[in-house]
Design a protein around this ligand. Sequence first.
Ligand code: NDP
Ligand code: MG
Length: 384
Amino acid sequence: MKNIYLLGATGSIGIQTIEIIEEYPEEFNLIAISGYSNLEKLIEIGSKFSLEMISVKDNHDADVIKEVFPDIQIVFGEEGLCELAKLNENDEDGVLINALVGMVGLKPTIEAIKIDRDILLANKETLVVGGHLVNALLKEHDAKLYPIDSEHNAIWQAMQGEDTKKIKSLIITASGGSFRDKTRDELKSVTLKDALSHPNWNMGNKITIDSATMMNKGFEIIEAAYLFNISIENIKPLIHKESIIHSMVEYVDGSIIAQMANPDMRLPISYAMFYPKRIKSLIEPLNFDKISSLNFKPVDYDRYPLLKLAIDCFKIGGSHRTVLNAANEAAVKLFLNEKISFLQIEEIVLNAVQNHQTIVDPSLEEIYDIDKTIKKEIFDRYNK
Ligand code: NDP
Ligand code: MG
């Protein structure tokens, strides 16, 4: 029986995680959850499980939730997320599932590592901004970090039983996002609604926009570099519009091992939750009689400047990754609130990165300071 501490329970990944917990009540015990703006969902989940802790946005929401669940410990804010991550410090069966969106997931991840708690990570922004800190801490502690992100989960599966020193490259597939068939010129007039209709995946709003700009693929390349300790030169994106092959590992002998399945996040989530066991999944199996072809196309970096920028920021290193992420979080939020156009996301992020003087190996404090400053500058300028 695993005890699940779930950050971001009310989101797309969080809700699918709960579906799996409900399907296998003898395997998982949900102990604690966090939510942010969706109190209704939080209450719905809280009513189904006997929880020990709920973390909410702020003091006010904490009072609301306390009324509903007087016997559950209610915490709030960033501090609350950290308390949840390290609740029951000595729980040997405890696993943290980090399904938060944004770099707010970094501190709780660090807290869990410090108490030697394994983490199933969906929250890629954590590694984008703090991969150097997370990896350094993992070396000192017993905690393990397992990926939920479908590409990384596929790579992890394709590495089972292999000598990872014999890996030549990782091939990270990309659907191309909502606008994959549009030219850059056509992007000038796209709307929020268009951007939110992803052809293959039904995900949270931020990652759906990140997929349309392909910043998501840039983040995933950085994520893979930290997770698998592989040089970024050997991590290659590849457009594969069907999202059937979730990624591939190329070995020195020329063999390429791919993981395939219908695009459904419940598979990577449950693979990570049950690892090293495999279970009968809730997802629809692949039917090769119905797949007429699988398509592949090299990435055009001029078409997706944020993908190129993310790779460049990783190469520059240090706080450039913080700025990349902070500007992107702010710009995507502005786009979701219809304050800026789609192409302004790129403009804002490129501008922030170009104006930054990098700090090598930024500390957690420096990361949070830079994040705050960059977001404030962008919101002050555009949030009118
Ligand atoms: P959602 O936006 O659907 O959910 C995010 C969760 O985080 C929600 O529970 C939300 O609460 C909470 N949250 C949002 N902002 C804050 C904040 N400032 N402080 C605390 N909690 C907050 O995101 P997804 O589930 O789509 O994605 C989660 C992570 O997983 C992201 O990093 C994403 O890139 C990654 N990922 C997602 C995939 C997917 O299929 N969705 C696939 C692969 C990776 P509330 O809803 O109550 O506001
Ligand atoms: Mg992914």
